[in-house]
Design a protein around this ligand. Structure first.
Ligand SMILES: [Zn+2]
Length: 103
């Protein structure tokens, strides 16, 4: 029997994901900002929680314009993103196995 070896998915680092999230600035908000600095809308900021990374919000995001705000330092955010990314890759791997039909 010949197996097909699929290339491993590109493993993103926490820093890669951090870059993709495009946080503007380094100002940190312990609580969700009451008003979005980008679009000016009030009460539009929601906490984004990453399953497996941390209890509670890891960062904030404006529902309207998707502007993102840091809750923790860059280093801490990257650390949690890394934990979450490793979990996502595990889940993705399981999914791929389920999708493979037997020959
Ligand atoms: Zn906004």
């Amino acid at each position: 029997m010949v197996g097909i070896v699929e290339p491993l998915p590109h493993k993103k680092t926490g820093a890669d994901i951090f870059k993709e999230l495009e946080f503007k600035g380094t100002k940190r908000f312990k609580q969700a900002p009451s008003k979005c600095n980008c679009c000016g809308k009030k009460d539009s900021i929601i906490g984004i929680e990453l399953i497996g990374a941390k209890e509670g919000p890891l960062y904030w995001e404006c529902e309207l314009c998707k502007e993102r705000y840091l809750k923790f330092t860059k280093q801490t955010t990257i650390k949690y993103l890394k934990i979450a990314s490793e979990l996502w890759i595990d889940l993705g791997g399981l999914e791929n196995i389920c999708e493979q039909l037997p020959n």
